[in-house]
Each structure stands twice: as structure tokens, then as C-alpha cells.
Design a protein around this ligand. Structure first.
Ligand code: ACO
Length: 355
């Protein structure tokens, strides 16, 4: 890739709704069991929005968390990209609402949609703006509230998804020849669009005079087996191709940070690639499939619980509706600035008390 300016990831953040729906809760809604859901998917619980909680609200919270991580002045942000399939409104865009709420007065802002691969597409777009020298600091957010599009009587789909938001902050490198975005890879295959879709959710949906039968068509629909097959091939393809572009081998990667859709997909793909269990980042059991949010959510948790300790080479891999898939190989070097401040304050207190 012929980009003039190197890019660094300097922040990550997350936000989830307050309310938790456990597998046991779902046993009361559909004919399922905790045992079936856990063994087939790895999911134990998911967070779901309650009244008053919105996609925009979650995106703002995740953005503030990432800004805190990076200790960044929001006025320095040049561009906000929000990847979402479930915005609160067609417009104003979620990105514009975030821009106002966080005080990013100088920032341009737009939404984009690539389903669960959205945050990978956003990272690739952000890198282009930085690499070309157009912008210095880009905030990328993935947010989805799929609970509003689930048929809570369909056990095939309602058990899989959770709501949430995750964010990354990318900045132009200050040093010559420094670049932590080692490679990106984006793919799409629209011929498989029907395998995972929310039909009639856009302007095709006849709001006026809608019959109840038509109204049910606004639910997420999925051919689970076909999506599973697609995913276990898409992940190795995305990892291997990005490695080739970065000029590295899979064995040079420290961590696999995959889209959190299903533990069996993650395990099967990781085994094909030769990753050991401790190299796999997963928090699917806590949040379910949060779509565009899942990769930064997984990254934020892995850093917090010190599974990933910087510096580390990570491959982020997304796949989902469209169909879309893609990857980004990154060198993660950033530490949470709030923790560093806290540790320094604690040190000062200790020194003060011993004098
Ligand atoms: N509880 C109990 N039984 C269930 C449930 C449930 N929640 N859901 C399905 N079943 C039943 C089916 O009805 C079927 O019963 P039958 O044999 O009597 O017909 C049986 O379990 C087996 O169904 P399968 O669909 O074959 O189950 P499978 O092992 O394939 O698991 C699953 C289903 C979990 C959906 C799997 O196919 C999968 O994970 N696919 C990928 C889904 C995915 O990741 N989607 C999103 C990715 S992209 C994105 O993130 C937007």
C-alpha cells in the first residue's frame, strides 16, 4: 500500500447497555436451553438495550472511553466514522450526534455500513485518510443494537445477538517510517446477501398501510449453517491474505482478535491457522454477537485483563452480512493513559507517606 504517512492506534473503548439477558432468561421465551446455547455458540449472556438506551448513546459512551484511554483532547479529532447497521435514524447520522456530544468541533463525520465487518472497513478508511495526509486523528466506532430487529420468538436467531459499541482512535505517526497498521484486506460477496439479512428495514418497507404479515418481515433472518460455512473459510482467507500483504507469516502474529459470532467458528478457524488457545481473544460468553462493535469490545477487554500486553501484533478479523469479510494486521503499542496516571498518583502517595 503506497501511503505517505504511517498510522498508530492510540485508543480503544467500549460500552454496553445496563440490562443483561442470560441463557436462563431465554429459556422462558423460546424452546431452548442454557446447555444448547453454551455448547453450540459459547454465549452465556448478552446485554440488551432498555427504554431510553440508544445506538447513539452507546456510541458516545464508547467514544468517551477511547478518548479517556488515549488521554486525547476531543477538539483534536479530524474525522469520526461510525460503522453501524442499526442507526437510531437515517439522519442525522450517528457520527454527527457523537461529534456534537463529545465536543469534536473540528471533526467531519459520517456513518457507513458493512454489517459485522463494519469496524474493519472503518479502520481501512481511517488509515487511507491518515496515510494520504488529509487527517491526523480519526475516531472509528462500531455500534449495533440488533435486539430491536430480532424476532424474540425465533430460537434460531434471538439467542445469538447482543447490543454494544466499541471504538478505536487512530493517529498519524510523528516518527518517520513508523506505521502500526501493517495491512488491511476488505472483501464482499453480494451474491450471498440473502443468507443474513434484515429485509424491508429500509425504504422498501411500506410504513403506511402495512399489514401485520408484512411487518414481521422486519426481523433479522439467517441461514445459520451457510453463514457458519462461509465464516470458517472467510477467517483463514482474511488472515492469510493480510499476512501476505504485510510481508509476515501467521506465526509472527501474537493474537487473533476475531469477530465474536460463535465460539465454534472462532475455534475452527483458529485451529486451521495454527493459533493456540491463549492467542485467541474471546469475550463472546459475556456479550454474544455485538456485530460491528465486537472487535473493539474484545480488544478493550483483552487489554484490560492483560491477555494482550503491548507491544503485540494482532490480526483483527471481521465477517458478516453483505456478505462481507476482512482483516487488519496491527501492532498494538498503546497503554491506557488513565491507568498510567493512576499508577503515578499511587507512586507519589507511597513516596509521600515514606518521607
Ligand atoms: N435452542 C435449541 N435448539 C435449537 C436452537 C436453540 N436456540 N436453535 C436451533 N435449534 C435446533 C434446530 O431447530 C435444529 O433442530 P432440528 O434438528 O430438530 O431441526 C437443531 O437445533 C440443529 O440446528 P442447526 O441449525 O443445524 O444447529 P447448528 O449446530 O448449525 O447451530 C447456529 C446453529 C448456532 C446458528 C450455527 O449454525 C451458527 O452459529 N451459525 C453462524 C451464525 C452466525 O454466526 N451468524 C452471525 C455471523 S455474521 C454476523 O455477525 C452478522
Amino acid at each position: 500500500m503506497n501511503l505517505q504517512v504511517g498510522a498508530k492506534l492510540i485508543g480503544v473503548g467500549k460500552a454496553v447497555p445496563r440490562s443483561v439477558v442470560t441463557n436462563a432468561d431465554l429459556e422462558g421465551l423460546v424452546d431452548t436451553s442454557d446447555e444448547w446455547i453454551t455448547t453450540r455458540t459459547g454465549i452465556r449472556q448478552r446485554h440488551v438495550v432498555s427504554e431510553g438506551e440508544t445506538a447513539t448513546g452507546l456510541a458516545i459512551e464508547a467514544a468517551k472511553d477511547a478518548i479517556g484511554f488515549a488521554a486525547l483532547d476531543p477538539a483534536k479529532i479530524d474525522l469520526i466514522i461510525v460503522a453501524t447497521s442499526t442507526p437510531d435514524n437515517l439522519y442525522p447520522s450517528t457520527a454527527c450526534m457523537v461529534q456534537a456530544a463529545i465536543g469534536a468541533k473540528q471533526a467531519a463525520a459520517f456513518d457507513m455500513e458493512a454489517a459485522c465487518t463494519g469496524i474493519i472497513y472503518a479502520l481501512a478508511v481511517g488509515q487511507q485518510f491518515i496515510g494520504s495526509g488529509t487527517f491526523k486523528t480519526v475516531l472509528m466506532i462500531g455500534v449495533d443494537v440488533h435486539s430491536r430487529f430480532l424476532n424474540w420468538e425465533d430460537r434460531n436467531t434471538c439467542i445469538l445477538f447482543g447490543d454494544g459499541a466499541g471504538a478505536f482512535i487512530m493517529q498519524a505517526s510523528q516518527k518517520e517510517n513508523e506505521n502500526d497498521m501493517l495491512a488491511t484486506y476488505l472483501r464482499a460477496d453480494g451474491s450471498g446477501g440473502h443468507l443474513l439479512c434484515i429485509p424491508n428495514s429500509g425504504v422498501h418497507y411500506p410504513h403506511v398501510g402495512t399489514t401485520p404479515e408484512k411487518a414481521t418481515h422486519r426481523f433479522l433472518q439467517m441461514n445459520g449453517r451457510a453463514v457458519y460455512e462461509f465464516a470458517i473459510n472467510a477467517v483463514p482467507d482474511a488472515v492469510k491474505t493480510a499476512c501476505a500483504r504485510a510481508g509476515i507469516e501467521v506465526k509472527d502474529i501474537d493474537f487473533l482478535v476475531p469477530h465474536q459470532a460463535n465460539q465454534r467458528i472462532i475455534k475452527a478457524a483458529a485451529e486451521r491457522l495454527g493459533f493456540s488457545p491463549k492467542q485467541i481473544v474471546s469475550n463472546l460468553d459475556q456479550y454474544g454477537n455485538t456485530s460491528a462493535a465486537s472487535i473493539p469490545l474484545a480488544m478493550a477487554d483483552a487489554l484490560m485483563r492483560k491477555q494482550i500486553i503491548p507491544p503485540a501484533v494482532c490480526v483483527l478479523v471481521g465477517f458478516g452480512g453483505g456478505l462481507t469479510w476482512g482483516s487488519a494486521i496491527i501492532r498494538w503499542t498503546a497503554f491506557d493513559q488513565r491507568q498510567i496516571t493512576q499508577e503515578n498518583q499511587n507512586k507519589e502517595k507511597t513516596i509521600g507517606s515514606t518521607i
